[in-house]
Design a protein. Structure first.
Lengths: 296, 421
């Protein structure tokens, strides 16, 4: 069944799929990777973002990505508020490990219930002209439904990478992850840094939600399908590394696409997660994880 | 003498009081509701169907109570959310039976959620009505199980029979077929039955794979299938997969003559509206469509009219074609059987259901030995003439989902997939 047409298209779709996975995971690479917050509700926040886009798209005809970008500051504020509660209730007292996890489980269910009350439980889709378009280059087709999320994922990833490595606040975020005590000794409040960083991670959910609703139909609990995947990508990429997250997402997307094309879709999760295990066996810190970081 | 009079008087008063108490208790017992318990997917992946089912089940209970109830007693529905999680189901049925002391149990929505309830109900030897279960009684052969989806006596094979009847009427006759199914119980059962049909008809299977739920992009699957050049492409999957597959085939294109088969979710309002003209040409199963030849379902039109008044406030599927008539009907069968037997006797009620042809909103219903429909009535419809995007109302009009089979109900002739694109 091998043909170069199949191979090239599988590679292209793998890259686009990887971009989509990166968009879903990039916020978690901040909250889980840098801040050590096991935000199990991350996919639920993405679904919340997706429903916000759906609402404005179906009611006012607004472009879902535009809505995702506009609502990102609101998600940022929501993130700072949630972190404030999390910090005050768990982290401050050192009880964040298990209770924090339970807290985010609770947040996930609350989001789902709110969405059910507001939107019902039916599957919903958005409309945008570009969703139906595709560009063809010889035998290779590029569906815009996947290409647009890919481009936005790239912008988000490189933007966050630039922000965390070149700006003062970005470096402060890295410092919190490395040694928050040292930060405290320099009269910087780690909780404040973490609050803003967590807000940032939730702001990405708003945009990721817009991308998700372009790619698949949504219902309030559909985020549960992606919990394992986004955590696996963040761990594989190396905790706290946005570039690593992107590479891991690309790897997963490529493996899935190639295996699906040539060996059948039922093999793709097994092969993708085998790749995860193999990488972690040889490099426990993940692809671009820091040496000495044993959290992964 | 005086003592005798007093004793007689007090005895008479005691007797009268006891009689009054007995009569009162009997009346209370008579007015005690008949409780029907079930689990239902009110959250999770199947909640779209589950909530739709619940609305029409409540409509049935209200209708029955307005006419005096069952056996002169009001009906009360007791239900719990199974979260579309099969692990919650045995506990829910145990609670319904042991704590809530329900008189009857019926199933929640879907094969995966009926299966875990079966052993609990069988252990209690109770009548069990099933809602859209695919071959759940195959292993148990339980004589008190009855299932309302009209797949026929051999549901796995019967479900796709009309699809194969349709495609084999195409000329030139198809010779090869590809199969893709979601990696889930219902979809795999459906595909297994379709493979049996394909083999019976001498079709060569050129592709046969499953995919994991949650797959976001289906273009690699469509390309892999296209590479095998099948004449027919049978797909069995749940709503996200159905939408994803339909989008992907629109992008990639295909030379197959027929695409579809067992795609759950294309009947749901949100997905129909979202996909719009991309549905043109898809050949899929259905149970009720607004076509002129649907007189065999005499009560559905009125039921859906009433359902659509309630649906917006309950935030459920606004059209309700897919499940509402069937969830109403499976309770109708149970209710009619209870009234006919005249008492709560599960063995007698099961015997009555086996022996009787029921008249319901979905027409005549007769069950076979294994509790499935004695004769199948699954429709094969082809989406045609969809012109508008984002327009749900067009799907309430005839001529959009034309019936291809069973041939007795046909309202159109099957066309090849690309002819309608």
């Amino acid at each position: 069944m091998f043909s170069f047409e199949l191979l090239f298209n599988a590679l292209v779709i793998g890259v686009l799929l990887g971009g989509f996975y990166a968009a879903l995971s990039i916020g978690l690479s901040i909250s889980f990777g840098l801040l050590d917050i096991v935000n199990i509700a991350h996919p639920a926040f993405i679904i919340l973002g997706a429903f916000v886009c759906f609402f404005f798209n179906s009611s006012y005809g607004l472009d879902p990505i535009l809505v995702g970008v506009i609502s990102a500051p609101v998600f940022f504020l929501l993130g700072t508020l949630i972190y404030r509660i999390y910090y005050g209730s768990f982290e401050k007292t050192g009880a964040e490990a298990l209770r924090g996890l339970a807290f985010f489980f609770g947040v996930m269910f609350i989001i789902e219930v709110i969405l059910i009350i507001c939107f019902g439980v039916d599957f919903q889709m958005v409309q945008a002209e570009y969703i139906d378009y595709k560009a063809s280059f010889g035998v290779i087709d590029i569906p815009f439904r996947m290409f647009i999320p890919f481009v936005i994922a790239m912008v988000m990833t490189f933007g966050l990478q630039y922000f965390s490595s070149k700006t003062f606040f970005g470096r402060a975020m890295q410092a919190v992850a490395q040694d928050s005590l040292a930060l405290r000794l320099m009269a910087i409040d780690p909780a404040k840094i973490k609050r803003i960083a967590f807000g940032l991670s939730l702001a990405t959910c708003s945009i990721a939600g817009a991308l998700l609703v372009i790619v698949i139909p949504i219902e309030p609990s559909v985020g549960r399908l992606y919990i394992g995947q986004v955590f696996a990508i963040v761990v594989l990429g190396g905790l706290g590394s946005q570039s690593g997250t992107l590479i891991a997402a690309m790897l997963l997307g490529m493996v899935e696409s190639l295996i699906t094309t040539f060996f059948g879709p039922s093999w793709s999760p097994a092969v993708a997660f085998s790749a995860l295990i193999i990488v972690l066996a040889f490099k426990p810190t993940g692809i671009l994880g820091r040496v000495g970081d044993t959290r992964g | 003498m005086k003592n005798f009079k007093l004793s007689f008087l007090s005895s008479s008063i005691a007797f009268l009081a006891l009689t009054a108490l007995t009569l009162f208790s009997a009346e209370v017992e008579a007015k005690k509701p008949i409780k029907i318990g079930f689990s239902m997917a009110l959250t999770g992946g199947l909640a779209g169907g589950g909530k739709q089912a619940l609305v029409s089940m409540e409509m049935w209970a209200n209708d029955v109570n307005a006419k005096g109830g069952l056996l002169g007693r009001p009906v009360k529905l007791i239900y719990y959310d199974d979260q579309t999680n099969s692990k919650t189901v045995p506990g829910i049925y145990a609670k319904l039976l042991d704590v809530d002391k329900v008189d009857f149990v019926v199933s929640g929505y879907g094969t995966n959620l009926i299966a875990p309830a079966m052993p609990v109900v069988i252990q209690r030897d109770m009548v069990f009505m099933g809602l859209f279960g695919m071959n759940n009684n195959k292993k148990w052969k339980y004589d008190k199980y009855f299932q309302i989806m009209p797949s026929g006596p051999d549901p796995g094979v019967g479900f796709s029979k009309s699809w194969f009847d349709t495609v084999m009427s195409m000329r030139p006759k198809p010779k090869t077929i590809a199969f893709v199914a979601a990696d889930a119980e219902f979809a795999k059962n459906l595909k297994e039955g379709a493979v049996t049909n394909a083999k019976r008809l001498g079709l060569k299977i050129v592709y046969n794979k499953n995919f994991k739920p949650g797959t976001p992009d289906f273009t690699p699957i469509i390309r892999a299938v296209n590479a095998t050049k099948p004449d027919l492409f049978y797909v069995a999957c749940y709503p996200p997969g159905s939408a994803g597959m339909t989008r992907a085939i629109s992008e990639v294109g295909t030379k197959t003559k027929a695409f579809g088969g067992g795609m759950v979710g294309l009947q749901f309002s949100g997905i129909m509206k979202g996909l719009g003209p991309k549905l043109n040409g898809v050949l899929n199963y259905d149970f009720y469509v607004p076509e002129p030849n649907m007189k065999v379902y005499p009560g559905v039109r009125d039921l859906l009219k009433r359902y659509r008044k309630i649906a917006p406030s309950r935030k459920v599927d606004p059209l309700g074609y897919y499940i509402a008539p069937w969830s109403y009907a499976y309770l109708q069968v149970l209710g009619q059987a209870i009234n006919a037997v005249g008492k709560i006797d599960h063995a007698a009620i099961a015997k009555h259901i086996h022996a009787t042809e029921f008249t319901t909103v979905i027409g005549k219903v007769k069950f076979g030995k294994n509790g499935e429909w004695a004769k199948g009535r699954t429709l094969t419809v082809q989406w045609q003439n969809i012109k508008k995007k984002k327009d749900l109302q067009q799907f309430t009009q005839p001529g959009i989902r034309k019936i291809m089979a069973p041939f007795a109900f046909a309202t159109g002739k099957v066309k090849s997939f690309n002819e309608l694109r």
